[in-house]
Design a protein around this ligand. Structure first.
Ligand SMILES: NC(=O)c1ccc[n+]([C@@H]2O[C@H](COP(=O)([O-])OP(=O)(O)OC[C@H]3O[C@@H](n4cnc5c(N)ncnc54)[C@H](OP(=O)(O)O)[C@@H]3O)[C@@H](O)[C@H]2O)c1
Length: 189
C-alpha cells in the first residue's frame, strides 16, 4: 500500500503542472502575422512595410476576438487599443497598467483566459509568438513576396506539424505594392 501511495504522489507531481497549463475549454488559439520572403516581421519596433490590404485582413479576422500581444508590440503601435477587440498585453512588469486592456505576466494566465472566446489571436511580436507556438491550433500567415530590411523575425517553426488549409492572393494595386498571400495552416500533429 505505501508503494501505491507513492505512485499516486508521483503521478500527482507530474500531472499537476500539466493540468495547470492545459487550456480550460475548447476554444482555439491562432497566431496571426505578416512576414517577408525571409521571415522578417519587424524593424525598429514597427512594421517594415505599408500594406493596407494586410491591415484590412488583420481587422476582418480579429474583430470581436481577444488579441494577445507583447509589451513591445503594444508600445510600437503607439499604445493604441484597437476598437472592438479585447486587448491582452504580456509583460514581466508587475506594475504595468493600461486602461481598457488586460495586462498579464505569464502564458498560463493567458491560457486560463480564453474561456468564452472561440478564437484567441496571438498577434506578436517574435518573443510572444515563440511562447505560443506550442499551444497554437492555427497559423494565419501573410506571406509578402518581397525583401525588406528588418531586425525581428518570426521564430523557427517545424512546418511538418502544420497543414495548409487555405490560401488566397491579396490585391496588388497602387495602394498595395507587394505581391502577398493570405495562408491559414491548421495543426496536423
Ligand atoms: N509583422 C507582424 O505581423 C508583426 C506582428 C507583431 C509585431 N511585429 C513586430 O515585432 C517586433 C516586436 O517583437 P519583439 O519580439 O521584439 O517583442 P514582443 O514580442 O512584442 O514583446 C516582448 C515583450 O513581451 C514581454 N514578454 C516576453 N516574454 C514574456 C513572458 N514569458 N511573460 C511575460 N511577458 C513576456 C516582455 O515585456 P517586458 O519587457 O515589459 O517585460 C518583452 O519585452 C516589432 O518590430 C513589431 O513591429 C510584427
Amino acid at each position: 500500500m505505501p508503494h501505491r501511495q507513492s505512485l499516486y504522489a508521483f503521478i500527482g507531481m507530474i500531472a499537476g503542472p500539466c493540468i495547470a497549463i492545459m487550456r480550460q475549454n475548447n476554444s482555439m488559439i491562432a497566431l496571426l502575422w505578416a512576414e517577408d520572403e525571409n521571415g522578417i516581421i519587424g524593424r525598429d519596433n514597427t512594421l517594415p512595410w505599408h500594406l493596407p490590404s494586410d491591415l484590412k485582413y488583420f481587422k476582418a479576422e480579429t474583430l470581436n476576438h481577444k488579441i494577445v500581444m507583447g509589451r513591445k508590440t503594444f508600445e510600437g503601435m503607439g499604445k493604441r487599443l484597437l476598437p472592438k477587440r479585447e486587448t491582452v498585453i504580456l509583460t514581466h512588469q508587475k506594475d504595468y497598467a493600461i486602461e481598457g486592456a488586460t495586462v498579464l505576466n505569464n502564458v498560463q494566465d493567458v491560457l486560463a483566459l480564453d474561456k468564452e472566446d472561440e478564437m484567441l489571436f496571438v498577434i506578436g511580436g517574435s518573443e510572444i509568438f515563440s511562447l505560443f507556438i506550442p499551444y497554437a491550433d492555427y497559423l494565419y500567415q501573410t506571406k509578402i513576396h518581397a525583401d525588406f530590411e528588418g531586425d525581428t523575425y518570426f521564430p523557427t517553426i517545424d512546418w511538418t506539424d502544420w497543414e495548409l488549409v487555405e490560401s488566397k492572393m491579396g490585391p496588388v494595386d497602387e495602394h498595395n505594392l507587394y505581391e502577398h498571400e493570405f495562408k491559414i495552416f491548421k495543426r496536423a500533429k
